[in-house]
Design a protein around this ligand. Structure first.
Ligand SMILES: Cc1cc2nc3c(=O)[nH]c(=O)nc-3n(C[C@H](O)[C@H](O)[C@H](O)COP(=O)(O)O)c2cc1C
Length: 278
């Protein structure tokens, strides 16, 4: 029998331990993947509900404080479609809608285009050709109350991913939330502060000439400025990043073509809808 203090025994124990631990870690990773993906989806749903103001409007609290059944109830207001941003046309079927992944679409050269606009630029290399947009409607009706647009762009430390909700005129902001970012808590991380987020309600997205104009001011926004919210103190780079990403996604390189088309359809009352439920 091998001696316990021999080199072979020590290496053998270490090897067995390594195998057991790596098996345990990979089993945990595989078995928890489903739950992790479900949590990411739930977090995105909560952010959509916060951007729309539905959680506050219905229950007086942020979506994070709602139970699963309350979230389900509010989700009945939300449906989604895929939009080709160049044409502004709806594309894809329910299966494509279900498996759509923004990050994967943006990374794949076949499903994305480079971002090269010198005026409106979110600091990202590419954007998907197709984006998943969301609608808020009273359950059982076809009238669009809000449109929720996924947006993303560079902050100081990384990419901010969020949702921009527009009221039914498609030019007044309802809300802006970020479900993922790397900004510093207390500085750029104040993009998550409910008081700051609430300032977006009622801000105008476009100026009278149709140019994207919503912005984060440097310092407190003038009361008369209908486009601006207060700057995040000590976080000028994050603030500028938020301005850049909103203006890019509002521009014709982003959702501009789609929003013009949708606006016409809504005015003509032809916004027929067969959106897949979320
Ligand atoms: C540890 C650390 C974290 C920072 N985090 C952020 C941040 O999240 N967002 C940001 O815009 N600036 C951040 N800054 C500050 C920037 O480096 C830069 O100084 C700032 O954006 C300038 O803003 P101000 O003109 O409002 O001071 C951080 C600085 C330090 C030292």
């Amino acid at each position: 029998m091998q001696q316990r203090d021999s080199l072979g025994y020590t290496l053998g124990v270490a090897a067995v331990l390594c195998v057991v631990c790596s098996l345990a870690v990979s089993t945990a990773a595989v078995s928890l993947r489903g739950r992790q993906e479900a949590n990411v989806k739930l977090d995105q749903q909560k952010n959509i509900l916060d951007a729309t103001g539905l959680a506050i409007g219905e229950y007086g609290v942020q979506a994070n404080e709602l139970s699963a059944s309350e979230i389900d109830k509010l989700n009945a207001y939300v449906s989604a479609k895929l939009v080709d941003l160049q044409t502004g046309e709806y594309v894809g079927d329910d299966a494509q809608l279900e498996k759509y992944n923004l990050v994967e679409e943006a990374a794949n050269p076949d499903t994305s285009v480079p971002i090269e606009n010198p005026v409106f630029n979110p600091g990202e290399p590419r954007r998907p050709k197709v984006m998943k947009v969301y609608f808020v409607k009273k359950p059982g009706t076809d009238k669009i109350l809000q449109v929720v647009l996924p947006v993303y762009g560079k902050g100081l430390w990384g990419t901010l991913y969020g949702y921009l909700a527009l009221k039914s005129d498609l030019e007044t902001i309802q809300g802006l939330t970020f479900y993922q970012h790397k900004e510093t808590p207390g500085l750029g991380g104040e993009v998550d502060n409910p008081r700051w987020k609430a300032m977006w309600d009622g801000r105008k997205l476009y100026d009278p000439s149709g140019q994207p104009a919503a912005m984060v001011f440097k310092g407190p926004a003038p009361k008369t400025d209908e486009y601006a919210v207060d700057g995040l103190s000590g976080a000028t780079i994050t603030s500028r990043g938020v301005t850049n990403l909103i203006r890019y996604w509002a521009s014709d390189d982003g959702y501009g073509t789609y929003l013009s088309k949708l606006g016409k359809e809504m005015n003509e009352g032809t916004s027929s809808s067969n959106e897949g439920e979320e």
